[in-house]
Design a protein around this ligand. Structure first.
Ligand SMILES: [Zn+2]
Length: 167
């Protein structure tokens, strides 16, 4: 008694052999299960349900083969790495201290300039504020310089002027 199968892969119907003539899928297992169901029940609706189950079964086999092959693929690496498979180490990112705390705050103390050998107010102002800056900026920021603008000494510490103030 021949059972006509439906290919679970391509949907080809009325298959009488053990393989799909359309896509060459091996239908031996489906054939057996269909024969089994044929024996157990003769109602067409039950056969449809069985065919449905067979399709699911074949699908699960496919999944199993995929799982096994991936297992076989991974396993040699595990064996090479270690005999005792270690528990996976879950790395929990530790909350780092906020970067703000590590960054020194600027402008807590006013910037200063220490007079070097050969400096005069013009040179210092141009060093601090750029070429062409008026030396009077230094006097504005350092009122103690009034009256002795040309008598600064090496090692003196002056405030850095606000370069945007008018000269
Ligand atoms: Zn097929």
């Amino acid at each position: 008694m021949s059972i006509k199968l439906e290919c679970p892969v391509c949907g080809y119907k009325e298959i009488e052999g053990n393989s799909c003539p359309n896509c060459d899928t091996d239908l031996t297992l489906i054939q057996r299960l269909s024969q089994l169901s044929e024996v157990e029940t003769s109602t067409p609706t039950k056969i449809q349900a069985w065919q449905f189950a067979v399709i699911g079964f074949v699908f699960l086999i496919g999944l199993g083969i995929g799982t096994i092959s991936s297992f076989l693929f991974i396993q040699p690496q595990s064996i090479n790495a270690t005999i005792n498979i270690p528990n996976p180490v879950i790395v929990v990112p530790t909350p780092s201290t906020p970067a703000v705390l590590n960054t020194p705050l600027k402008a807590i103390q006013p910037a200063t300039y220490t007079v070097k050998s050969g400096d005069n107010l013009s040179i210092i102002t141009e060093k601090l504020c750029g070429q062409g800056a008026s030396w009077q900026l230094m006097v504005q920021a350092n009122p103690q310089l009034k009256g002795r603008e040309n008598e600064i000494e090496k090692g003196e510490v002056f405030k850095v002027p606000n370069c945007k103030e008018a000269g």
